[in-house]
Design a protein around this ligand. Structure first.
Ligand SMILES: [Ca+2]
Ligand SMILES: [Ca+2]
Length: 285
C-alpha cells in the first residue's frame, strides 16, 4: 500500500515535472524562428562566434562542431564592414569563414517563405581572401523551409586561371550536373556584390529557375540580365518552398572569404538599394 502511494506520488511529481518542462519548452525560443522579409543583416553583433556569442543573431548552427564562423571587428573597407559604392545602410561588422580539414560550421537563417509563383532574392558583399582548388565548392545558397539538406541556388567559388584570382559558379545541384562557371578571373581581396534569385514557377516540377548577378549597378527598378541562370533540372532540387539562406564552409582546397550586408527580399529593389536618387543618376549623365 505504502509502495502504491509512493508510486502515485512519484507519478504525480513526474507529471508535474513534465508539465513544467512543456511550459518552459513552449516559451523557449524556437530553433525554427524565422525573419520576415524584407530582411537586412549588417552583422551588428559583438565580435566572436556568430551563432554562440552574439546577441540578437538569428543565424543557427546546422552542421559542424568546430571552426565556427566569426564576427570580425577589425578594420575593413568601411569601418569594420565591407563596402560597395553607393550601397545604403552599411554598418555593423562582417563575418569570416575559413576552409580546411576537420569538422567546420555551416549556418542558416530561416525566413518567411515566398508564395508559389513568386521569387526570393538575396544579396551580399563578398571578399574572397584566398582559394586553392580548381574544382570549386559552394558557400552561399538557399535551403528549403524546415529542411537541413534540400539545397538549391548555390554560388560556387573556384581558383582562377592565374594566381590570386577566382571564378564564380552557379548551380542547383552540388556536383551532378556540374556547376556552370563564369570565366572572369576576379582578384582575391576585392569586394564584390552578389545577387541571386530563386524563381518559383507554378506548375509541374522541375520548372523553377535560378539567377545570379555580380556587381550590378544599384538603383535599378528591375533586374538586369543575369550573369548566369538556369532551370532547376531535377525535382530533388526544387525548393517547396525556399525558406532559408545558408553559409557553408568547405574543406581543404576551397575558399576563405568574408561576407557582409546580406539582404533577403521578394523584390529586386529590396536587395539592391542605392544611396543615389534618380536625380543623382540624371546629374551623372
Ligand atoms: Ca556590416
Ligand atoms: Ca515549380
Amino acid at each position: 500500500m505504502q509502495t502504491g502511494i509512493r508510486i502515485f506520488k512519484s507519478l504525480g511529481v513526474s507529471i508535474a515535472i513534465v508539465a513544467l518542462g512543456a511550459l518552459f519548452l513552449s516559451q523557449a525560443p524556437s530553433a525554427s524562428a524565422q525573419v520576415s522579409l524584407p530582411f537586412e543583416e549588417h552583422f551588428d553583433y559583438a565580435a566572436g562566434d556568430l551563432t554562440t556569442t552574439t546577441t540578437g543573431s538569428m543565424w543557427i548552427n546546422i552542421s559542424g562542431t568546430g571552426s565556427f564562423i566569426q564576427v570580425l571587428d577589425t578594420p575593413s573597407d568601411s569601418g569594420t564592414s565591407l563596402l560597395y559604392p553607393a550601397m545604403v545602410g552599411i554598418s555593423g561588422r562582417r563575418i569570416e569563414t575559413t576552409h580546411g580539414s576537420g569538422s567546420r560550421e555551416d549556418v542558416s537563417l530561416a525566413f518567411s517563405p515566398p508564395a508559389d509563383g513568386s521569387s526570393v532574392f538575396a544579396s551580399c558583399l563578398m571578399k574572397v581572401n584566398s582559394i586553392v582548388g580548381t574544382i570549386g565548392d559552394y558557400h552561399f545558397h538557399f535551403v528549403q523551409a524546415n529542411s537541413a539538406s534540400t539545397f538549391s541556388c548555390r554560388v560556387f567559388v573556384r581558383e582562377g586561371s592565374v594566381a590570386n584570382t577566382y571564378n564564380l559558379g552557379f548551380n542547383y545541384a552540388s556536383t551532378s550536373p556540374p556547376a556552370v562557371f563564369d570565366t572572369v578571373d576576379r582578384p582575391d581581396g576585392a569586394t564584390i556584390l552578389i545577387v541571386m534569385a530563386y524563381d518559383r514557377v507554378v506548375g509541374t516540377a522541375p520548372n523553377d529557375t535560378i539567377r545570379l548577378w555580380v556587381n550590378p549597378a544599384l538603383g535599378q527598378a528591375s533586374p538586369p540580365t543575369p550573369l548566369l541562370s538556369m532551370t532547376v533540372g531535377d525535382v530533388a532540387f526544387e525548393l517547396t518552398p525556399p525558406g532559408g539562406l545558408n553559409i557553408r564552409q568547405g574543406g581543404v582546397g576551397t575558399a576563405d572569404f568574408e561576407l557582409d550586408e546580406i539582404r533577403i527580399g521578394t523584390a529586386w529593389t529590396q536587395v539592391t538599394p542605392s544611396s543615389l536618387s534618380v536625380k543623382d543618376w540624371t546629374l551623372y549623365r
